[in-house]
Design a protein around this ligand. Sequence first.
Ligand SMILES: Cc1cc2nc3c(=O)[nH]c(=O)nc-3n(C[C@H](O)[C@H](O)[C@H](O)COP(=O)(O)OP(=O)(O)OC[C@H]3O[C@@H](n4cnc5c(N)ncnc54)[C@H](O)[C@@H]3O)c2cc1C
Length: 405
Amino acid sequence: MMRVIIIGGGASGLMAAITAARGGAKVTILEHQNQVGKKILVTGNGRCNFTNTDQDLSHYHSENLLNMAMILKQYTCQDTIMFFKDLGIFSKNRNGYLYPHSDAASAVLEVLRMECEHLKVKIACQIEVESIVKCDGVFQVNTPGWTYEAEKVILATGSKAAPATGSDGSGYALAQSLGHTVIEPYPALVQLLSKDKCLNALAGLRVDARAILFADDRPVISNRGEVQLNANNISGIPVFQISADAAKALAAGKKCHVVLDFLPDFTEELLVNFMKQRISTGGYKSAVNFLTGLFSKKLSEILCERCKFSKKLIAEKFTEDDITNLCKQIKNFKIQTYGTNGFEHAQCCGGGVSLDEIDPFTMESLKVSGLHFCGELLDVHGDCGGYNLQWAWTSGYLAGKAVND
Ligand SMILES: Cc1cc2nc3c(=O)[nH]c(=O)nc-3n(C[C@H](O)[C@H](O)[C@H](O)COP(=O)(O)OP(=O)(O)OC[C@H]3O[C@@H](n4cnc5c(N)ncnc54)[C@H](O)[C@@H]3O)c2cc1C
């Protein structure tokens, strides 16, 4: 019987374990936390957005897009839905974002664990894998108390994101020790740091906006949704979606700022006309009160401050320039950013083990036969919305299937 050791019992490792055991292998998971799947429990704010029906490849990012696409095509979102349906997870579809019907991430972890138990997968926790060597066709997996042996090893140790859940980046060193190249990891899906003093006044605000990242004054990427403004950072899904590009641009020494468009459905011209109409009925109001009903008081005050409106100015006294200026501030609210929050706050990592050195059909190392990889340890990360877990399921499935071939 083929002995398989899976290092890391996260989403990808559990999927690999189930698939390998179903194929007949004798599977052991070595996990250094006191339980498997800690990160699964915190996904989707505790609800686990486990995949997404929109699988456009633009939601995934890697230095090797061709291999990434080949891998993703082999185990799709539909396969994931069927896999979890068979395990008992009836899914809830929110605009294409899939969750377990119970809205409990713990349910996803529980069914994976139940299936592992059913398939007699051995799960050994609080085991730190320190090194792996291959001697005479057999892997020796060294831990402080024991050396485990197996014909096949799957590295599923995750990235450096959210290390409190167990992914402390130790997998990169294991991969490097076996001759693999690691593309420098960086935090992705993370807050953008800013010292802009407007944030002190706006802290706590959540507002629908389009967030546009500029690097050296050139637009790079934009995303729309609920932006959260905090005392020293900006956050929320649209900021997360642009954060990986910000991290890369900042690392390349570029100056970055984010422009928030607080009324993305209006063109600037339409907004000017709209403001003029509002003046015809509400011209008696102070500049700040004139914005009541469009924005929160805090934001209205900051917009007027940036336009340098005096406290006494009433809307009917706005000049053409005042109106243009106000509309510009509403649609081009600039916030300088100097960095991203660290790995401990990130939902995933960009970079990782290069796909150039991995067979895209078996997830097997092109350097060491019998060594397979899966999950976020690899150089693939997805947008917010179920894409990172889909990558974990797909790559875990392919690695688990291949070890029996
Ligand atoms: C707050 C948060 C919310 C998220 N929400 C979502 C979401 O809703 N949808 C989505 O698609 N993605 C989400 N993600 C991302 C997603 O959870 C990850 O991409 C995915 O879990 C990665 O799976 P993995 O198996 O590669 O790694 P992990 O889940 O990190 O598992 C790696 C495992 O390996 C173990 N390990 C590491 N090194 C060693 C070692 N040396 N020896 C032994 N064991 C080791 C770790 O303890 C860990 O259990 C979220 C992430 C975070 C942090």
